[in-house]
Write a protein that binds this ligand. Structure first.
Ligand code: TRP
Length: 337
């Protein structure tokens, strides 16, 4: 049995929310328990500075994301869990790949195209206004993250599939010029994983400011659940579970039989107030244990720092010799002997 390498990155610009937890964190941690995979998870802090120029925010988010993954059950002895900036080979490879990347390929990246389209919609005289080279060449940094460890599979959201195609293109071109050094990675998009709705009924997302942070303490958690938008149907009137944010969040955590039982209570006209109380209590119980671990971790940033440094050391056992080989391949070689 060949062991597959699975790798994914988490941009450190925000506080992980329930949508991240059920849609990405939980499934990734479950997958990491399989014995036939070699998992790499990293905090993409060099990606974070593309969008966020608030240094304290970057530091705080890095801490929160690391603590969330560890509290949720990531086993740092079993997987390689590291911070991108602790592996300088990522940056070195980024430049090598930049020299193998067609500019036209980057022109087609949708994050860049969306920024240009915004400028055009606002009738700016310069369509590139406010666009940095970081945003423009972001897919190359992402390709370096992936190719550095020769990952076969990369679990990502649908919005990242184009970046995986670009990583393959770049890898293929490098291989063509310099020999077969890179595995061509594949995106893995899990269409079954839950996409949660936020407080206001739109997709839960930090850009809409409608999230419930995963490990919100009890009191603010209750307040947030009470804020979730419902319609104005009275108690006793049957309600549609499938358009209800409260139901959907419950479902993302509950067992199928619990969800089925709640469906009946919707049919019987459960009151919104009662449903909010029920969801709050359910989440509060489900999250109590990992939340206690999270709070403990957040009080011990030194411990997290150590875990990440150990992870980076493990990652570098691979990346340092690999970069040596790549340098040689492209002609950056010793002149003596
Ligand atoms: N760009 C990804 C996102 O926004 C995060 C990321 C950075 C990533 N590097 C990666 C994901 C490498 C997978 C592999 O979600």
């Amino acid at each position: 049995m060949t062991t597959e390498t699975v790798l994914t990155g988490i941009t450190t610009t925000g506080t992980p929310h329930l949508g991240n937890y059920v849609g990405a964190i939980k499934p990734a941690i479950e997958a990491s328990h399989r014995s036939d995979v070699h998992s790499f998870y990293f905090l993409a802090d060099y990606h974070a500075i593309i969008k966020c120029q608030d240094p304290e925010r970057i530091r705080q988010s890095t801490l929160e994301v690391a603590a969330t993954w560890l509290a949720a059950g990531l086993d740092a002895d079993k997987v390689i869990f590291y911070r991108q900036s602790d592996v300088p080979e990522v940056m070195e490879l980024t430049w090598m790949l930049t020299c193998m990347t067609a500019k036209g390929l980057m022109n087609r990246a949708h994050a860049y195209k969306a920024a240009v389209a915004d400028n055009e919609a606002n009738e700016e005289s310069d369509p590139d206004k406010g666009i940095t080279m970081g945003l423009f060449s972001y897919p190359i940094l992402m390709a370096a993250d992936i190719l550095l460890f020769n990952a076969h599979k990369v679990p990502v959201g649908r919005d990242q599939v184009q970046h995986l195609e670009m990583a393959r293109d770049i890898a293929a071109r490098f291989n063509y010029h310099y020999g077969e050094h890179f595995v061509l990675p594949e995106a893995v998009v899990d269409d079954n994983s839950a996409v949660l709705t936020g407080l206001d009924g739109r997709k839960m997302s930090k850009s809409y400011n409608n999230t419930i942070p995963v490990f919100t303490p009890e009191k603010p958690l209750r307040k947030l659940v009470l804020k979730i938008k419902t319609n104005s149907l009275e108690p006793g009137v049957p309600k549609d579970p499938d358009t209800s944010t409260l139901f959907q969040i419950y479902q993302a955590f509950a067992k199928p039989e619990e969800t089925a039982a709640l469906r009946e209570r919707y049919a019987a006209g459960i009151a919104w107030g009662e449903m909010k109380q029920l969801l709050f209590e359910y989440l509060n119980t489900q999250l109590a244990e990992p939340r206690a671990r999270y709070e403990e971790l957040m009080r011990n940033p030194d411990h997290i720092e150590r875990v990440l440094c150990e992870g980076a050391a493990k990652a570098r056992e691979r990346s340092v010799p690999f970069l040596q080989r790549l340098r040689h391949a492209i002609g950056i070689r010793t002149l003596s002997g």
